[in-house]
Design a protein around this ligand. Sequence first.
Ligand code: UD1
Ligand code: MG
Length: 499
Amino acid sequence: MAANDLTIVILAAGKGTRLKSDVAKVLHRAGGRPLVEHVVRACLPLAKNILVVVGHQAEDVRNAVAPLGASTVLQRPQSGTGHAMFIARAAIDANARLAIVLPGDAPLTRTETLQALLDAHRSGRAAATILTAHLDNPAGYGRIVRKPDGSVAAIVEDKSASAAEREIREVNSSIYCFSLEKLWPCLAELRPDNAHRELYLTDTIAMLNKRGERVLAVEAADARETFGCNTRAELAEIDRAFRARKAAALMDAGVTIYLPETVLIDPDVEIAHDTIIEPGVQLLGATRIGSRCTIQAGSILANATLADNVLVRQHSVITSSVLGSGAIVGPFAHLREGSELRPGARVGNFVEVKKSVLGEGVKAMHLTYLGDATVGRDTNIGAGTITCNYDGVKKNPTRIGERVFVGSDSALVAPITVGDGAYIAAGSTVTEDIPADALAIARGRQINKPGWAAARRAKSSESKSAAAKTSEPHRNSAKKLVERARRKSSPRAQKSSRH
Ligand code: UD1
Ligand code: MG
């Protein structure tokens, strides 16, 4: 439950030099969201007031966090984490007594972990409590210097650590809980006497000690939760951790995922139990999948809604479309935005559907384009059918009724309406509306010329034997060709060919 005396401060003004990017660090995406959005979401259940310190690409960072209800304060120039907190002070609610401070680049932190930090801080009556982790390779992180009683004496930054301090494997996550009335006087005393000429928030820990205040440390249950993202390699690692978390949660909820390390599922995706996800699948955005569906290998679904018992065969791409129960799609099908397959409809190999509604039991199994079309129930769309929906200026609708049979390789030039129960002969180019139950044939009439092919063959073999008599034998001409090729590929010839 959100506490009233608590405020959250997220430090997100830094550039992130080590990412070598034009995009501010906290806006890089992992696990389907910008880094800073993960941090804000983890804090939402804890406090009403969430303040984000912005600087680099301030406007873009503000746009990323404002929809979640966080407010922002501008830090310019960015003179260190201590300076960021100093700037935040002016924007912090006067009622706040405690602040959880987090970096905008540590997105794996969970609400439960922050709650545990807060509880430890309150029950330990500390001035500051630090979330720490033990790392095999602590290089680059600030080290936690503990006192004999287990409380914290200081945080020593990597660059200013002694050889002995560098051996310490317990590191500062940059996630803290501060009692604000204790912090403010220390902030005012910070000096930029370090390699970066910055004000370090970490220096306040030794200052609190000097004032006789208690500083505690809580170790994160899972060290990965404290991972900061400073390089592209770390970004990939963090993305992997998020994807694994999402896959694990879905499997817990009764979804089968084969080779879960190969699938990519965004955080908002919902999947009901007994659905099967095969290797290499991507489920993106607000995709929702019902029960007993199978999404076969290599398929990509973005903002798709699937009812129960839907089968998506290999390598299909489905965007912003709705599939009714029992629908079957693919392999190699492309459902573009605004498509709807009613229950039991089937779309097969190399079929593209855009902004079209296919009624119950409709079949379009091979090599077809349906754009801006409505197709009535139980209609069969033959192989190679194309709706010619674009006239070079605007898109035009195609209306096909129920139980229609569209013969293979038909072109339907829109706007056009085909009545219920009509037949279209294969190979037709339909330019006029077809009444219900009619047969439309719109193609050149076939003419058979008896014996024509045999006569042609006879004629061509006569002229061939005449030619053989007059020209030199094939064997000789082949010999000549081989000799010419050999001359060309000789080293001397190659040299001269360069000129
Ligand atoms: C910081 C800590 C270090 C800790 C590590 C954990 C300091 C001095 N060091 O180092 O002890 O082990 O995090 O990841 O705090 N920021 C601002 N304004 C600024 C500078 C930074 O908002 O002027 C923000 C950054 O955007 C970032 C966070 O503060 O989100 C931390 O800054 P960063 O430069 O990543 O610090 P580290 O070198 O990682
Ligand atoms: Mg960092």
